[in-house]
Design a protein around this ligand. Structure first.
Ligand code: DSN
Length: 432
């Protein structure tokens, strides 16, 4: 980044600081990861200059011969990764992918049934402060108080009562797998569309370590930067097997269009303008990486690390929502430790350990304070940490949380964090 340093030392200096932060913090935000150098190089390319509204072979601009090939490669690799019938790699983010889902399957005022945000759901699944909750009539299912797991009887009862137009699955703070077969049976019974937002678990699903939603859902959306370890962005997918029981008539022509056409139009021109071809190239690179055998090894390690971390936390008396994990994260209810999520997040940050405060089911605190923290393994597993390292991290976290006001403890732990990060080098190229 020599040129950037010469031309704009202010921005360069801040990127340098952020690189340093990423290199020497223990990064445990469950939705974050470290993209490879190849992915970052593709994102930093001249493809950012190109307008390419439309799809490969059907663009509104000339000069698209190379971005067409790149976008086709991204689509083909994604299809191979998920055994999908169709994908759209243009959504700028997960929220944009989800906007296209709504535009395709719902009309304003239609009913949605999704997982409650405070039980692990996502803002775009009907929260009243999000376009999804503002535009559609959102209703929620949640987890059982005792089990911490989604209560499928509750989902069925609510679905029967409400007759929603769409049922959403997917979460940002849920530690168990989903039973898509049961969700699909409920959706079929009440005549609802079924949508899975697999943003958090896309990498684990690609590695076939979690159940596959594609055969059961009418549509699947995702981000590409979490467990999937690509660039920041979104994607939509259709499976091969799901029989679509409800037809959609295109608003203008009156012609019954197939789902892929409707979803493509919902992305562009429905909700977006020009696609980010530099990010699409980086998605293609990341999907290429995910098709390699070592990606499965990585995802297995992500899961094993999360399980070990969860077991260690429980050994130290922490209360894990649902009593453990099937995926890449643990959700800790800190009430038995007399702490809030806010206090824990801030104390850990001073010790160079990054987590996020998180609502836990049936939380008694506000979203700005919360009773929990969410901790994920994808990023530090990318750096090469294994089971024993994660158990050591739990010890460090416990040391900080036992003394959340002690600057001495935080400084001592920060020293250990730095030593650990030095053993697992990350980026030396971003500002080199
Ligand atoms: N913000 C993401 C997360 O942290 O889970 C979801 O979009």
């Amino acid at each position: 980044m020599k040129k950037l340093n010469e031309q704009d030392p202010e921005i360069f200096g801040l990127i340098e600081k952020e690189t340093e932060r990423q290199n020497f913090n223990i990064e445990l935000i469950a939705s974050e990861n470290f993209a490879s150098r190849a992915v970052i190089e593709a994102m930093g390319s001249c493809l950012t200059n190109k307008y390419a509204e439309g799809l490969p072979g059907k663009r509104y601009y000339g000069g698209c011969q190379y971005v067409d090939i790149i976008e086709d490669l991204a689509r083909d690799r994604a299809k191979a990764l998920y055994n999908a019938d169709w994908v759209n790699v243009q959504p700028h983010s997960g929220a944009q992918a989800n906007a296209a889902v709504y535009l395709t399957f719902m009309k304003p005022g239609d009913k949605l049934l999704g997982l409650d945000l405070s039980h692990g759901g996502h803002l775009t699944h009907g929260s009243p402060v999000n376009f999804s909750g503002i535009t559609y009539e959102a209703h929620f299912y949640g987890v059982g108080k005792e089990t911490g797991r989604i209560d499928m009887d509750l989902v069925r009862d609510k679905a029967r009562k409400l007759k929603p137009r769409m049922i959403s699955i997917g979460a940002s703070a849920y530690t168990r797998d989903f039973n898509y077969e049961v969700f699909a049976a409920i959706a079929d019974e009440v005549g609802a569309f079924l949508w899975m937002d697999m943003a958090h678990t896309a990498g684990l699903i690609a590695a076939k370590l979690l159940n596959d939603p594609l055969p059961y859902c009418n549509v699947v959306s995702t981000t590409t930067h979490k467990t999937l370890r690509g660039p920041r962005g979104g994607m939509l997918l259709l499976g091969r097997d799901r029989e679509n029981t409800l037809g959609v008539v295109a608003p203008k022509s009156g012609r019954v269009k197939n789902w892929s056409e409707l979803l493509d139009s919902a992305v562009f021109p429905g909700t977006q303008g020009g696609p980010l071809e530099h990010v699409i190239a980086a998605k293609a690179v990341a999907f290429g990486e995910a098709l390699q055998p070592d990606f499965i090894t990585y995802q297995k390690q992500v899961m094993e690390n999360a399980k070990s971390m969860g077991a260690k936390f429980m050994e130290l008396g922490y209360d894990l929502v649902s009593g453990g994990t099937d995926n890449h994260l643990v959700l800790i209810d800190l009430r038995n430790k007399g702490l809030t999520g806010k206090i824990a997040e801030e104390a850990l940050e001073r010790a160079e350990i990054t987590v996020n405060k998180n609502m836990v089911p049936f939380d008694t605190q506000s979203p700005f304070v919360t009773s929990g923290i969410r901790i994920g393994t994808p990023a530090m597993t990318t750096r090469g940490l294994g089971k024993a390292d994660f158990e050591h991290i739990v010890q460090l976290i416990d040391t900080v949380l036992q003394n959340p006001d002690s600057e001495d403890v935080q400084a001592k732990v920060a020293g250990e964090v730095r030593a650990m990060c030095e053993r697992f080098p990350l980026y030396d190229f971003v500002t080199a």
